[in-house]
Design a protein around this ligand. Structure first.
Ligand code: IPM
Ligand code: MG
Length: 356
């Protein structure tokens, strides 16, 4: 199959980790006879430096025209003082919105080989953590009206969190469908004791539940979810939640697995176009040192094959290769354990590619 992939390497460790993911995708192409054509587009700080904007219109058009998009990470202290309209993160939000990427899947899986890297005790981790956060990605407070104004001699800032029924319904459907293919348990996370948006969320999820009698739906408040993720993470199968709650809970969940560097994500639209990225940031403190963990990006590549290209076997092959490398005791610094072999970012990419 021929596929066009727009590649957004971004800032910090972005270019290093993306290079390793492409190495692995190239091996997949060789093995299965596919051709992937990569088109690079600058995003974030590197684009601000070159063009004065975090993504150009031309770059955005290349994202829209692709079969899928692979992203490293954006941002860094150098651009922290940029005005809000041209901050690096703005480009990420714009791509999500323009491409209609409303469904963000963030799987949290504790690889058994890394059980010791989890900050949780063995008795809590049990036989392993395997949950999936389905985060609404193009609505809520991230995209609602916002302003900062002077009122009675002081500054007042406002961010509005709007949600319409159709936005809740379409993310709800993705969550129910996904739960149906996994453990058939869906926890809908909200703050219905306080927020109107959450009350509408809950009502909509319950209405949808009637169409999915085989999926067990439960409601859980977001503050309680934050606690339960630490206290008893194995109770969860699929969680569905609004944009900002999902942002916060997915960082929390990633730590259960020992390192945020391991976690991939998929951002999906109504069609097959998707954007795939590790959930971690640009880690400017270790940029250019060739020590970052590329596995989250490599596993994001696997998600791309599975969700955008319908290449389940190829995706399985990448995941199995990552497993084999961990089994063989290779670790980047963030997941290093006694008795293992510490490797660089590029070595890790080679090791995975060799096992495809
Ligand atoms: C994420 C990130 C982004 C978000 C930032 C970089 C805008 O934290 O993908 O989780 O808040 O969505
Ligand atoms: Mg985040």
């Amino acid at each position: 199959m021929n596929k066009n992939i727009t590649v957004l390497r971004g800032d910090g460790i972005g270019p290093e980790i993306v290079a390793e993911a492409l190495k692995v995708l190239d091996r997949v192409c060789e093995k299965y006879g596919h051709t992937f054509t990569y088109t690079d587009v600058d995003i974030g700080g590197c684009s601000i430096d070159k063009y004065g904007v975090p993504i150009t219109d031309e770059g955005m058009a290349k994202c829209k025209a692709a079969d899928s998009v692979l992203l490293g990470a954006v941002g860094g202290p150098k651009w922290d003082s940029c005005p809000p309209a041209i901050r690096p993160e703005k480009a990420l939000l714009a791509v999500r919105k323009e491409l209609g990427l409303f469904a963000n899947l963030r799987p949290t899986k504790l690889f058994p080989q890394l059980a010791d890297s989890s900050p949780l005790k063995q008795e809590i981790v049990g036989n392993g953590i395997d949950l999936l956060i389905v985060r609404e990605l193009t609505g809520g407070v991230y995209f609602g009206p916002k302003k900062t104004e002077e009122v009675n001699g002081e500054l007042v800032a406002t961010d509005i969190m709007p949600y319409s029924e159709h936005e809740i319904e379409r993310i709800g459907r993705v969550a129910f469908e996904t739960a149906r293919k996994r453990g058939k348990r869906l926890a809908s996370v909200d703050k219905a004791n306080v927020l109107d948006t959450s009350r509408l969320w809950r009502k909509t999820m319950h209405r949808l539940a009637e169409e999915y009698p085989d999926v067990e739906l439960s409601d859980i408040l977001v503050d309680n979810t934050a606690m339960q993720l630490i206290k008893n993470p194995t109770q969860f199968d699929v969680l569905v939640t609004e944009n900002m709650f999902g942002d916060i809970l997915s960082d929390e969940a990633s730590m259960l697995t020992g390192s945020i560097g391991m976690m991939p994500s998929a951002s999906l639209s109504e069609g097959t176009l998707g954007m795939y990225e590790p959930i971690h940031g640009s880690a400017p403190d270790i940029a250019g040192l060739n020590i970052a963990n590329p596995l989250g990006t490599i596993l994001s590549g696997a998600m791309m094959l599975r969700y955008s290209f319908d290449m389940a076997e190829e995706a399985d092959t990448i995941e199995a290769a990552v497993n084999a490398v961990l089994d063989a005791g290779y670790r980047t610094g963030d997941i290093m354990q006694e008795g293992c072999t510490k490797v660089s970012c590029s070595d890790m990419g080679d090791l995975v590619a060799e096992r495809i």
